[in-house]
Design a protein around this ligand. Structure first.
Ligand code: KG4
Ligand code: ZN
Length: 353
């Protein structure tokens, strides 16, 4: 990649105000290095490089993740630019995930984005990763109108968000402990499955009976969630069964996966239904890595059609971490001229506002 160096960053080129805006975005908050390009809110490219290095450790190793981002970022950026068939000079703004995430991983993406903004003399846009998951629902042709609700279920977060506009998002419910993705991954670990276990539970659950085993359902007030009790309930159940039958897990894997998945889905949708009834909002979305789960997608669609609500689910490539969602979020910030300073720093934790 060749970049033109321009030291006049104190006065980046005047943005056009949204018409035909070409946004280049980088996502590097966890273990996916991704770059995307969008023009006027339409995705032209979305390139994602995963990191296999973590599989043998049973979870993401932060230091290894930042090293892999360092190796991946230049080829990923290059691929996204080529896929979009654009020249660097055409870009109107550079966006990046500022928070939340692993700090070493975030720093790779943020430093790269800042360097590009400085070299190209273009404005910089800092994006909140969880807000971007919500707005991934605005990528497809079929989009929700405002106001809408979004159940965001990822590896680190579980939230119900009320969106009054693309830039007015409010969390109205969230997990008090583990996230839904963690509940999937930790349960999978108890079953001896490798990381990330969510997609494997989904796969085995397809051949299982979700009513076979019953696991604890938390009794939490309001719109908040809790998943730590479920993990403990699965652990004690398995310990007891394995004492009598050493092959219990192998012999019941599909039913165990289906029952665990079933319980996670009922916990999620019970609260989501309550949120819809309380707010009276009938446009309902899901987002985040766990929204790739086939059982959740089906149960969510069923719940919406039974209640005459409109259901929106992003295509698979926009459910797990991706830069397209960063680009679309940045597009709305671009219209509002909500730009970041070069002194903006990445942050592991994020405030919502
Ligand atoms: O949104 P995401 O890619 O990264 C975070 O921001 O955390 O979510 C990753 C999470 C992991 O916990 C992974 O196991 C889960 O999403 N996941 C799934 C499925 N695909 C990804 N969980 C259940 N079923 C799936 N098909
Ligand atoms: Zn995510």
């Amino acid at each position: 990649m060749t970049v033109r160096i321009n030291n006049n960053f104190s006065n980046p080129e005047t943005p056009t105000g949204g018409q035909g805006a070409l946004i280049f975005a980088i996502e590097s908050s966890c273990d996916e290095t991704s770059a995307a390009v969008c023009r006027d809110g339409k995705i032209l490219s979305n390139f994602i490089a995963g990191q296999k290095v973590h599989e043998k450790y049973g979870g993401v190793v932060p230091e290894l993740a930042s090293r892999a981002h360092m190796q991946n970022i230049v080829p990923v950026v290059d691929a996204a630019l080529k896929q979009a068939n654009i020249e660097l000079e055409e870009i109107d703004a550079i966006a990046f995930t500022q928070s939340p995430g692993l700090i070493g991983s975030l720093l790779v993406g943020s430093q790269f984005a800042k360097s590009m903004a400085l070299a190209l003399n273009k404005p910089l846009i800092a994006v909140h990763h969880m807000q971007a998951h919500v707005l991934s629902n605005l990528i497809p042709e079929k989009k929700p109108s405002f106001p809408f609700l979004c159940l965001t279920v990822s590896g680190g977060h579980t939230q119900i968000v009320l969106a009054n506009s693309a830039t007015e998002l409010k969390v109205i419910g969230e997990t008090l402990d583990d996230a839904a993705g963690e509940a999937f991954d930790k349960s999978a670990k108890l079953l001896g499955l490798p990381y990330p276990g969510g997609p494997l539970i989904d796969k085995y659950a397809k051949d299982g009976n979700g009513e076979k085993f019953s696991f604890a359902e938390p009794q939490i007030e309001g719109l908040d969630f809790s998943f730590s009790g479920l993990k403990t309930s699965i652990l004690y159940f398995l310990q007891k069964q394995v004492r009598n039958d050493a092959h219990f897990v192998q012999n019941n894997l599909a039913d165990l996966c289906a029952s665990i998945q079933n319980r996670i889905i009922t916990i999620l949708l019970k609260k989501y239904k309550r949120a819809a009834l309380q707010t009276g909002i009938t446009n309902l979305c899901i987002a985040g890595g766990v929204s790739a789960n086939s059982g959740l997608r089906k149960a969510f669609n069923d719940m919406c059609s039974q209640n005459n609500w409109k259901a929106f689910i992003p295509p698979f490539e926009y459910c797990t971490d991706n830069a397209a969602m960063i680009a679309i979020t940045a597009y709305f910030k671009y219209i509002q001229k909500d730009f970041a300073d070069l002194s903006t720093t990445a942050s592991a934790r994020a405030t919502w506002d």
